[in-house]
Write a new protein. Structure first.
Length: 461
């Protein structure tokens, strides 16, 4: 029996109970200001850059002005699109038919995936094989969490607590209606300072002994999500995770812009999980899985890194795998190497972070990185292209050819010049953008199913 059957939908709170009503911020101007300040101090403190680091100087002069232009154009375009409600009815998941498959097929995938979610850690501990049903089940969770409450929220300026709860609870109620036949439940988690949609959610089952933490990605109508994506300056993240980390992702999880003394979002979410597990009082440790798509995939990786770093203090839970889809790079070389160093401390490591890429998805190839491995030994920590991915990468293709992977991101970054150039050339067809959709990921993964051994669901590499 689930212990919270009569519990009404709610949003877990992390910040203050009362929200001050104020005029809405102007994020585009804030972004332009932050980028401008960054460029000013970059050139002020390294005025020899044009001579000593000409490539970095050239790329800095290209990427930052380009990002400002893109943000301003995106903001203008979204005002028009949202005014006419062109994105109000966008749906990232359909329980009855998705990716060309009917409800019975989707149900079978979920049942198989749930079997893995509730399975205990192998004895002796070892990574579970790459399981395609588990991957697709977590993709379902990553897509469902996009669901928005009232589409009119992006036209509102009312940020009172009652209004925020009303719209979040509407979204949470709808998500629970979708997953109720699955035998699991959902609770949303969001910052109460915004009427915008769910930040993350917990899909859970006490009976099956698991919690899946799913982070929402970039919602097409939500301008603030694009601001987060494009804040690709790196900041020192060692207080919570490792190395230097993408500024937008870091501030989303670990630091509040207004008050550094407030408890960070990631730690609040961990508190929510631990309190729920304590309430369950299960006899075996609860499995914790992490997932997300797009922006949500990067936040999921950062949250997973936080769990890995503080694992010794986590009681009654066992951190399992993270599987993310179409996620941008997260941090620099120090971040990636430190993450893998901790993940490999134990001889019999049972956890894996999988980065899933769909064919031409351009989002999985940003922020910009050096395209040739030969350049990497000469890259400084301040270099604009000092970005690395983490985890094991698996790439699927829309034409059904054999998936590629896994690769070690700190040893072999796959974004070679030919690959990126090909993707950019295809932008005119919008395929690199279309391939970013969760449903396209599902189609590509399903087309590869016959490459997997039916007994172990494991490709022979």
């Amino acid at each position: 029996m689930e212990s919270d059957d009569e519990e009404s939908p709610r949003t877990f709170k992390c910040y203050q109970d009362e929200i001050e009503s104020s005029s809405p911020p102007r994020p585009a101007l804030t972004y332009v200001w932050e980028i401008s300040v960054h460029l000013f101090y970059t050139f002020l403190t390294d005025w020899t850059m044009p001579i000593t680091r000409p490539i970095n100087f050239f790329l800095t002069c290209i990427f930052y002005p380009a990002s400002i232009s893109i943000i301003l154009l995106t903001g203008f375009g979204l005002r028009i699109i949202n005014h006419f409600g062109l994105l109000d009815n966008i749906n990232f998941y359909d329980n009855n038919k998705w990716g060309g498959y009917n409800g019975d097929k989707l149900k079978k995938i979920r049942e198989n995936g749930m079997t893995v979610l509730k399975s205990p850690v192998p004895n002796p501990p070892q990574p579970i094989p790459f399981n395609i049903d588990l991957v697709e089940t977590l993709l379902f969770f990553s897509a469902i969490v996009y669901y928005r409450g009232n589409p009119n929220y992006n036209k509102m300026s009312d940020t009172t607590k009652s209004t925020i709860k009303k719209h979040r609870n509407h979204a949470e109620k709808r998500i629970n209606e979708i997953i109720r036949p699955w035998g699991i439940k959902f609770h949303s988690f969001g910052e109460l300072k915004s009427t915008e949609n769910i930040f993350a959610g917990l899909f859970w089952s006490q009976e099956k002994n698991f919690i899946v933490v799913s982070f929402k990605g970039t919602s097409p109508p939500v301008f603030n999500d694009y601001i987060t994506d494009f804040l690709f300056n790196r900041v020192d993240a060692r207080s919570f995770v490792f190395g230097m980390m993408h500024q937008g992702f870091y501030y989303s999880l670990f630091t509040d812009y207004d008050d550094l003394l407030k408890r960070c979002t990631a730690n609040c979410l961990i508190d929510v999980i631990l309190k729920k597990v304590e309430k369950w009082n299960n006899t075996t440790p609860v499995n914790i899985w992490v997932t997300g798509h797009s922006l949500g995939g990067s936040l999921a990786q950062a949250f997973y890194a936080r769990l890995i770093k503080i694992q010794s203090s986590l009681k009654k839970i066992v951190v399992r795998d993270a599987i993310v889809f179409g996620s941008p790079a997260l941090g620099d070389f120090d971040f990636a190497s430190s993450f893998h160093g901790i993940l490999n401390l134990e001889l019999n490591e049972h956890r894996t972070l999988w980065r899933i890429i769909d064919d031409n998805d351009i989002v999985a190839r940003v922020p910009p990185r050096h395209l040739l491995n030969r350049f990497r030994q000469y890259v400084t920590k301040e270099d604009v292209l000092d970005y690395y991915t983490i985890g094991n990468e698996m790439q699927f293709f829309q034409d059904g050819r054999k998936p590629e992977g896994p690769t070690n991101p700190t040893a072999n970054q796959k974004n070679q010049i030919s690959d990126v150039f090909t993707i950019l050339m295809k932008l005119i067809t919008f395929k690199p953008i279309i391939d970013h959709a969760p449903e396209r990921y599902f189609k590509a993964i399903e087309k590869s199913r016959h490459y997997f051994n039916t007994e172990s669901d494991k490709l022979d590499y």
